[in-house]
Ligand binder design. Structure first.
Ligand code: HEM
Length: 215
């Protein structure tokens, strides 16, 4: 008689709910549109071949003005509890996390739900939205501002745009090489064993929660 043993299915833990995933992808699409149209605006000569500059500028402007919407909608209202909790996490830094970042990950760390690199990326994106919205508005409604503001706003907009390209490509490179993290932003869950390896602090916190682990 042969005995068949089934390996136990890995335990799944919810990392991002539907609201968070929708906000992430809406934000990513808007960033994508902004980056593509930014290329047309910056390299005016390519624009002429593919799309009229005026059209590129209008798409860029409307995508830019919509940029804060997904994050705001995902945070405000009863559906945003998880998002708000994660925003609080991202703003909370321990000494160990700062040391880990300073040593480029060479010191030991019992990682939270997000490691310091992921926290820094989220803070960068949040700050970028505010800075680009402010500088882009000065560039659009330039008649209301002195010339020095217009020049400064264009300079800051261009410099931040360059860093956006670097950070977004870095983010995508990390995402495609970390399949479990990538799956969690599509499907929402990670396995318990992944959490034990990469987010042990979060796992411990879930287990110690008096109301039991989050669903
Ligand atoms: C990921 C975010 C963004 C990137 C990478 C980006 C990048 C750029 C770049 C490279 C230019 C060309 C500047 C030049 O010609 O020197 C530009 C122009 C502009 N951007 Fe953005 N931008 C972003 C977000 C925004 C936002 C949020 C707004 C909101 C108002 C905005 C409004 C504008 C305007 C009005 C222009 C001038 C368009 C024209 O020349 O007619 N941008 N942007």
């Amino acid at each position: 008689m042969t005995t068949v043993t089934h390996a136990a299915a890995p335990v799944r833990i919810l990392r991002f709910d539907r609201v968070q995933r929708a906000a992430h992808w809406a934000n990513a699409i808007l960033f994508g549109i902004l980056m593509v149209t930014a290329l047309f605006l910056y390299f005016g000569s390519i624009a002429g071949f593919v799309v009229q500059r005026h059209l590129a500028a209008q798409i860029h402007l409307w995508a830019g003005l919509s940029l804060p919407v997904p994050l705001l909608v995902s945070m405000l209202g009863p559906w945003g509890a998880r998002m708000r909790r994660d925003v609080r996490r991202i703003n909370l830094w321990t000494r160990d996390e700062i040391r880990w970042l300073r040593t480029l990950g060479r010191t030991p760390l019992v990682a939270d739900k997000f490691n310091p690199g992921q926290k820094l990326n989220a803070i960068f994106i949040g700050t970028t939205i505010v800075v680009m919205l402010a500088t882009g508005s000065v560039m659009q409604w330039f008649g209301h501002f002195p010339v020095s503001w217009r020049t400064g706003a264009t300079f800051v907009h261009d410099v931040v745009a360059f860093t956006v390209f670097v950070v977004v490509f870095g983010h995508i490179a990390f995402a495609v090489t970390h399949r479990d993290s990538l799956r969690s932003i599509f499907k929402g869950w990670v396995t318990e064993s992944w959490a034990a390896r990469h987010a042990a602090g979060w796992l411990k916190e879930r287990e110690a929660s008096p109301s039991g682990p989050e669903p």
